[in-house]
Write a protein that binds this ligand. Structure first.
Ligand SMILES: C[S@@+](CC[C@H](N)C(=O)[O-])C[C@H]1O[C@@H](n2cnc3c(N)ncnc32)[C@H](O)[C@@H]1O
Length: 402
């Protein structure tokens, strides 16, 4: 059942995302918070339909006649078209008057022959993907338009995946254990309100992202630096792999993210982790030769996680990609000096572009700083290629001969 209040909430979120540049996840959280009386089904409908319109924005605009949505009614129409494409019948509301289902279906059929329109992506980005990924671009792009699965990582400091599964089941949340650490949520509910979450038994982390920490081959007792730690998804995983022994130093240029990490570390029962904000280049220089292991989970285009952040399609620019590529090369060159002779580093991104991945590693190895380094392992994860259902991700491990 569709209610006008749902459409009002979705239209308000869409206007903020596209007109004011708000982040989709935060905006959806805001509109859901504004009316707490809604049940879980209504909340899910609002969140899903907002994401669907963000994902299909270009296609929906084309089907609506092409103009840039400005008024409340324009957003309502886009949602209406999205619902029609999903096979829903529309209520006879004035906002939907004039939406001709047959005409829309015909236009949709025509649009199927143009990839960038069908997959709803800017032309420039479609070109970048096709140039860099060749024939893998099309299936990847199509998979990036799907809804992302929710995957959890059991916090091994506190629980096995089977124990997490059992606890979540008491809250009516069904999961499937899909690896030694990971669980797939098969029925969506609010995970953050569960006892298992507040007790630090699990973190929400995609299966691909769960491959970064193990790739670093940490051991209990190591000194490990997570240099782009953010809110620390991977620092927490490293702590679990190190059984809370040795030392993890989590760095980032944003202190507020590290604050968040500290809170998560407490919840996770992590006791071997320290955070430090990178306030100048000296912070890195002073750590020269200190680390047994270094994780560089660098800033990137985020093209591998478009399923989770579909608004990035409309916010990314060629200029941003060019700048982030320069930043990645700079981070590799300066931060790698923190690794001891004989130590290892993992360079990882949530991008699928070779320019940010293999090419960065190759350029580093060919550089003067890279002369003492060799590549031990690398892997690109592409969603839906060979049936893989994780996010797009890249992991490489390099060793420093010293
Ligand atoms: C891909 S995110 C890291 C995500 C995090 N590792 C996790 O697992 O949750 C990249 C992080 O790099 C940080 N960053 C950007 N430029 C940086 C720099 N020059 N040095 C260190 N961190 C940087 C960003 O603030 C961001 O938190």
């Amino acid at each position: 059942m569709i209610y006008p209040a749902h459409l009002e909430a979705i239209a308000s979120a869409l206007a903020a995302i596209f007109t004011d540049g708000a982040y989709a996840d935060r905006e959806i959280a805001r509109v859901l918070k504004a009316d707490k009386r809604r049940g879980s089904k209504d909340r899910a409908f609002i969140a899903e339909q907002t994401y669907n319109v963000v994902r299909n924005y270009r296609l929906l605009r084309h089907l609506a006649g092409g103009g840039k949505p400005k008024k409340r009614e324009d957003w309502w129409r886009l949602v209406g078209i999205q619902l029609l494409l999903e096979g829903e019948s529309l209520p006879p509301w004035k906002e939907f008057a004039g939406l001709n289902e047959k005409e829309i279906q015909e236009k949709w059929t025509d649009a199927q022959t143009t990839r960038a329109l069908r997959e709803s992506i800017p032309d420039w980005l479609d070109k970048v993907g096709a140039t860099q990924l060749g024939e893998l671009w099309e299936p990847t792009l199509s998979a990036l338009n799907e809804q992302a699965p929710v995957v959890l990582r059991a916090n091994r400091l506190k629980a096995t995946p089977q124990e997490v599964q059992k606890q979540l089941a008491t809250d009516g949340i069904q999961t499937e254990v899909i690896s030694d650490d990971a669980l797939l949520v098969t029925e969506r509910r609010n995970l953050f309100r569960t006892k298992a979450f507040s007790n630090g038994l699990f973190e929400v982390q995609d299966f691909s992202s769960q491959q970064a920490a193990p790739a670093l081959e940490v051991e209990p007792g190591h000194t490990v630096i997570d240099a782009c730690a953010g809110a620390g998804g991977k620092s927490l995983h490293l702590a679990a792999l190190m059984e809370n022994r040795g030392k993890i130093l989590s760095l980032d240029i944003h202190g507020w993210k590290l604050k968040n990490l500290k809170e998560r570390a407490r919840r996770n029962g992590v006791s071997n982790l320290e955070t430090r904000e990178i306030t100048s280049t000296k912070v890195i220089k002073r750590l020269a030769g200190r680390a047994d292991r270094l994780l560089l989970d660098v800033p990137c285009s985020g093209l591998g996680v478009l399923r989770r952040n579909p608004d990035a399609k409309w916010k990314l620019s060629q200029d941003f990609i060019d700048r982030v590529v320069i930043e990645q090369a700079d981070i590799l060159s300066r931060y790698s000096k923190m690794v001891k002779p004989g130590g290892k580093m993992v360079y990882a991104t949530c991008s699928i572009l070779p320019q940010e991945n293999d090419a960065q590693v190759d350029a580093f190895l060919a550089s003067e700083t890279g002369q003492s380094w060799t590549l031990e392992h690398k892997q690109t994860f592409l969603p839906e290629v060979d049936g893989y259902d994780g996010d797009g991700f890249f992991v490489s491990r390099l060793v420093n001969a010293g």
